[in-house]
Design a protein around this ligand. Structure first.
Ligand code: P6P
Length: 281
């Protein structure tokens, strides 16, 4: 019931976030806990989501990529923790490219392992607004409008990979990762837009692989385990795919801090298997 209510709230708030983007494209005079410059839209979307999610009975803790610490918002001894990336890929707002909202529902206090996720999902602000939710072993995609939510489809990762997209600058990739990508390039088509949600949704739709690798300059990569990597891994694995940090499923991670980053890869299990074989242990 609590999980349903969480995604009811997200479905209600998403059209409000989308309609509020045009006048909130400016940079705020602030940075978030991991040093990203915040847009007004980041802070506004976060405040909106916190207000509405904190009011859901059974949500005990609210955590966000935009806030330094977990906030206690409920009084149940054993409630859920909701971890949110309010506007993933917000720098795409300026260039009018897709961005999204990511939500993970953990049934333990944070920091928590990916195995404590009981549901995860994301909103994609693209030509249309969709919400994709993984729970109870399945994945459903909905169309969201001001009038409400329409069930679009059950999401199953296509068997044959078609697209790939990897973040970070090529000169900053490790030699082993670059060599793996050179092989991938022979078979797949490049689809990388700078917003994880949009790139992952390409993989869920067409098959393939998305990742943000550990870099020579930052071995943990860029993506945040609680807010981006583990929730997205939960969705892709529920859709029949695989995830990895280079050696193990992202759901097997147990981050020791709230804003911990991790190398992140999701997609068809054959491609993820090739990746793990290509990277040194
Ligand atoms: P880069 C957005 O800031 C984000 O966290 C992800 O949505 C996206 O995949 C990645 O960073 C893009 O990073 O280095 O390519 O700009």
């Amino acid at each position: 019931m609590v999980v349903e209510r969480v995604f009811d709230v997200v479905a209600d708030v998403a059209p409000v976030i989308r309609s509020g983007l045009p006048e909130r494209r400016a940079k705020a005079a602030s940075e978030n806990a991991t040093g990203d410059t915040q847009l007004e839209a980041d802070v506004w979307a976060d405040d909106l989501l916190r207000e509405r999610l904190a009011a859901v009975d059974g949500v005990n803790w609210y955590a966000s990529e935009e806030r330094d610490a977990v906030e206690t918002v409920g009084d149940a001894a054993d409630g859920y923790a909701v971890a949110v990336d309010p506007l993933d890929g917000s720098s795409n707002v300026q260039s009018n490219n897709p961005c999204g909202t990511v939500v993970g529902v953990y049934d333990e206090p944070l920091p928590a392992s990916g195995r404590e996720l009981v549901a995860a999902g994301f909103v994609l602000y693209g030509p249309t607004t969709t919400m994709t939710v993984a729970r109870d072993g399945g994945v459903t995609e909905y169309l969201l409008t001001e009038e409400g939510r329409t069930d679009l489809r059950d999401v199953v990762l296509p068997e044959d990979p078609l697209v790939y997209g990897f973040g970070g600058r090529v000169p900053d990739w490790t030699p082993a990762f670059e060599s793996f990508v050179r092989d991938v390039e022979d078979d797949l088509k490049l689809r990388y837009g700078g917003a994880m949600i949009a790139d992952v949704n390409q993989v869920l739709t067409y098959g393939g692989v998305f990742g943000y690798p550990g870099l020579q300059s930052r071995p943990a990569g860029k993506l945040r385990a609680h807010f981006e990597s583990m929730p997205i891994a939960y969705v892709v694995e529920a859709a029949g795919g695989a995830s990895s940090d280079g050696t193990q499923s992202l759901l097997d991670l147990s981050p020791s801090s709230l804003h911990e980053r991790t190398p992140t890869f999701v997609g068809n299990d054959a491609v993820i298997g090739d990746l793990e074989a290509a990277l040194p242990d």
